[in-house]
Design a protein around this ligand. Structure first.
Ligand SMILES: C[S@@+](CC[C@H](N)C(=O)[O-])C[C@H]1O[C@@H](n2cnc3c(N)ncnc32)[C@H](O)[C@@H]1O
Ligand code: SF4
Ligand code: SF4
Ligand code: SF4
Length: 302
């Protein structure tokens, strides 16, 4: 299952791209801008502040998951299956379903239709998410179809996957972006819910296999921008033989509203490091002959 298909994307790899966002992720990064990607199942986003209390969703719901209480709709998530039947009934755009269960043939048709733009711009398809490697069956069928159609492929991954399971898929993918959120395992567990050992192991294995990868670091002030993390990343990167570059991503709060729509808590005190601190990190990495750049909110590179 996907949760979004973004055409004309300019920042998820070279050229003009179509980005496929895969649903489902084993991590829970505190700052994640795509919390609707976490669950592998279809889900309802419910924006309470837009609700007029008309009651149409109560009629439409086959599960009895919606009720009107004090003039506003209340959603019982334990009953909601994310079927989306209430969405069309709601004239206030208070409801939205995330989850696209598209047949692979339709996805490939869409990509082939955009292929003319890939050819003229050096672009292609990018697999993102969520964690694209967490759905190896779907990803494998799409990569197979893209390989036949000659569509260049890129991936944005958390690095948290079983490399042995996805070896053949990786062989088809041209451009690899792997995140590393923190080099300290205990901190990584606290911030993302999982250990970083598999991620670091995969980065090292990909490098040993001769794969050129770009390492991405999301920088959240006070969480991932500490000197020990930057030093740890420098140490790791200096050992890699095929590193294409390091991209520092400054935290942005663009996903904040979706947490409320999913009834998830969000820490709105999170912030990006100051621009001067970002520049210092870049220079420190460059002092170690690493090809580091800063990618801003809108994908602009500095
Ligand atoms: C949404 S993720 C999808 C790929 C994969 N799940 C991962 O984390 O690498 C794509 C990129 O967005 C970054 N990202 C996620 N939330 C962010 C935020 N609030 N601010 C800046 N970058 C963020 C991730 O670090 C990752 O490099
Ligand atoms: S998504 Fe389906 S189950 Fe959930 S509230 Fe709407 S109609 Fe009911
Ligand atoms: S249909 Fe929409 S506006 Fe009407 S009660 Fe339900 S959520 Fe509120
Ligand atoms: S790994 Fe990516 S998609 Fe998963 S929680 Fe972290 S930022 Fe979000």
């Amino acid at each position: 299952m996907l949760f979004n298909v973004q055409r004309w994307s300019l920042h998820d790899g070279p050229g003009i791209r179509t980005t496929l966002f895969f649903k489902g992720c084993p991590l829970r990064c505190r700052w994640c801008s795509n919390p609707e990607s976490w669950s592998f199942d279809s889900q309802l986003l419910f924006f309470r502040q837009r609700c007029s209390g008309c009651g149409a969703c109560v009629e439409a719901c086959p599960q009895g998951a919606s009720q009107i209480v004090d003039g506003r709709a209340v959603l019982d998530r334990s009953r909601c299956t994310g079927c989306g039947q209430c969405v069309a009934a709601c004239s206030s755009t208070a409801r939205e379903v995330v989850g696209l269960d598209l047949p692979v043939a339709d996805i490939l048709r869409l990509l082939r239709r955009d292929a003319v733009f890939y050819r003229s711009s050096g672009g292609g398809v990018t697999f993102s998410g969520g964690e694209p490697f967490a759905q190896p069956g779907l990803l494998g069928q799409i990569t197979e179809g893209c390989a036949v159609a000659g569509i260049p492929m890129a991936v944005e991954t958390s690095g948290f996957f079983d490399l042995d399971d996805v070896h053949a898929i990786l062989d088809e993918i041209d451009t690899i972006h792997v995140d590393l959120k923190h080099t300290d395992d205990a901190v990584h567990r606290r911030l993302t819910g999982v250990s970083n050992r598999l991620i670091i192991d995969n980065i090292n294995r990909l490098d040993t296999m001769g794969r050129r990868l770009t390492l991405r670091i999301p920088l959240v002030h006070g969480l991932t921008d500490d000197a020990s993390n930057i030093d740890g990343i420098i140490r790791l990167c200096r050992r890699l033989q095929h590193l294409a570059g390091i991209e520092l991503l400054a935290y942005h709060p663009l996903g904040a509203g979706k947490y409320a729509g999913l009834d998830l808590p969000y820490d709105s005190s999170q912030a990006a490091p100051a621009p001067e601190a970002m520049q210092r990190m870049i220079h420190r990495m460059r002092d170690h002959h690493l090809n580091a750049s800063w990618v801003g909110d809108l994908g602009e590179r500095q």
